[in-house]
Design a protein around this ligand. Structure first.
Ligand SMILES: Nc1ncnc2c1ncn2[C@@H]1O[C@H](COP(=O)(O)OP(=O)(O)OP(=O)(O)O)[C@@H](O)[C@H]1O
Ligand SMILES: [Mg+2]
Length: 163
């Protein structure tokens, strides 16, 4: 990865993405390790780069786009073009509580797809014990610090590289 640097511990990896392009590349490289049943919970302030990361994941998975910020539609399914898992992209920004997330019924597709929930912190954790939490921090110089925390053995060795 060209303009990214990182340091790794057990199930946690922190990566610096210096640009929009680096964020996308991070998503693409992560996608190579994702499989059906994976749940990613993205958090970070407005404009942190959650959708940009998801766009990279979508490219890496080879699903049909475009990946946009869901405004009125809370969930979109992006079918695979390559026989792999579909990508379910949800935005929980407007949801009040976990009960409203329940109504979207991500549960029913979780096992067969890769599910990415923006603003899912505090709401989506209960969906899966083997989730990957991705926290994006926005720095004044516009670089982003991306912290991956994998829950469950699934993520041992499956987090983005430190190269
Ligand atoms: N690593 C980065 N460095 C600099 N700019 C970035 C980076 N990642 C994303 N951006 C830019 O930041 C802006 C916001 O990105 P994006 O829409 O992905 O954020 P978001 O977290 O999804 O926002 P929202 O909270 O509205 O959902 C975009 O213009 C994008 O190009
Ligand atoms: Mg977004």
């Amino acid at each position: 990865m060209s303009d990214t640097t990182a340091a790794t511990a057990a199930h946690t990896t922190t990566v610096t993405a210096a640009s929009d392009a680096a964020m996308r590349e991070l998503g693409r490289s992560l996608a190579g390790r994702l499989r059906a049943g994976d749940l990613l919970i993205l958090s970070g302030p407005l404009g942190a780069g959650k959708t940009t990361l998801t766009q990279g994941i979508a490219e890496g998975l080879g699903v049909r786009g475009p990946i946009t910020s869901p405004t009125f539609v809370l969930t979109r399914v992006h079918p695979s073009r390559s026989g792999g898992p579909d990508l379910v992209h949800a935005d929980a920004y407007r949801l009040a509580d976990a009960a409203e997330l329940d109504d979207i019924d991500l549960d029913s597709s979780l096992d067969d797809t890769v599910t990415v929930v923006e603003w899912g912190s505090g709401l989506a954790e209960e969906l899966s014990e083997r989730r990957l939490e991705v926290d994006i921090e926005r720095h004044p110089d516009e670089t982003r610090i991306v912290r991956f925390t994998g829950h469950g053995d699934r993520w041992s060795g499956a987090l983005p590289d430190t190269e």
